[in-house]
Design a protein. Structure first.
Length: 282
């Protein structure tokens, strides 16, 4: 408990510092290695240290007649989700790149499920960037690699776990005027309670689905302004449609403001507003 309180204090300090930096320094644009919700084909350059600080706040209370796996049935709201973590570029090559990192997460459905004690989630990505010819960008990776193993029996979670272990592949190409289009596919560990593939009645949802996105820097307005729409298919805790924009407050600091519409609220909870601070330390 004492360690968890300390981690929360560290989060608040870093978050406040990041927001302070975001409103006081410089100009330019920092590309995130995600879109709003789904992974992107962007990969952090070699030796670049990237820090993301994200929050997700519910827009409504949970209904009393639709419990979901997280056990909320009294009409109260799920706690906000807070996330902080580093990502580092690890390959010194131009045509093949890789990044590794981890996130610390607290809140949301993890709170009633008792999973805030296991906040560590790893991730990695490897891929090739697009060029000025026909060649698209390609990326494969995993994220939400949790440290607590879950289990399920006949559609009922018998052991809560954080090991969603989402794997994915993506292809992306930037087109003149239109912007960048991305498409891919993902799968996850259906035994992890955080994936919520099964609802409280043991009805199975999806343990895989499509990844789609459009994003574009709105240079007609400002090179600091970026818009995106992304989609993760599937009736599970991760399926969602997401819209948002980013503003670069400094050369190495940008903030995303977005809205997340979940495919199946019985498994994912009510929609959320998200604020995501991205900071690069070259």
């Amino acid at each position: 408990m004492k360690a968890d309180v300390q981690l929360r204090r560290i989060f608040r300090i870093v978050f406040s510092t990041a927001l302070s930096c975001a409103v006081t320094v410089g100009t330019a644009y920092a590309t995130p290695s995600t879109q709003i919700w789904i992974p992107s084909t962007d990969i952090q350059p070699y030796k670049t240290f990237h820090l993301n600080i994200d929050s997700y706040v519910r827009t409504k209370k949970e209904p009393t007649n639709n419990v979901g796996y997280f056990g909320i049935s009294d009409g109260s709201a799920l706690a906000p989700m807070y996330l902080i973590g580093p990502t580092v570029g690890v390959l010194p090559f131009e045509k093949i790149q890789a990044e590794v990192g981890f996130d610390l997460m607290w809140g949301s459905a993890n709170t009633p499920a008792g999973l805030d004690k296991y906040p560590f989630y790893g991730h990695f990505k490897i891929g090739t960037p697009e060029d000025n010819t026909w060649k698209p960008a390609l990326a494969v990776g995993m994220y939400n690699i949790g440290m607590k193993k879950g289990d399920v029996n006949n559609g009922v979670y018998t052991k809560s776990g954080t090991d969603a272990d989402i794997y994915y592949g993506l292809v992306a190409k930037t087109l003149p005027v239109i912007g960048r289009l991305s498409a891919g596919y993902y799968g996850l560990n259906k035994k992890a309670s955080v994936a919520s593939v099964y609802d409280i009645n043991g009805v199975k949802g999806d343990d895989s689905g499509l990844l789609l996105s459009w994003d574009r820097t709105m240079s007609e307005i400002s090179d600091k302004l970026w818009f995106a729409v992304d989609y993760q298919g599937g009736k599970n805790a991760y399926g969602a449609t997401n819209v948002g924009f980013s503003w670069a407050f400094a050369k190495n600091v940008s903030v995303i403001f977005g809205y997340d519409i979940y495919n199946n609220k019985a498994r994912a909870g009510q929609n959320t507003f998200t604020v995501q601070v991205d900071i690069n330390f070259p």
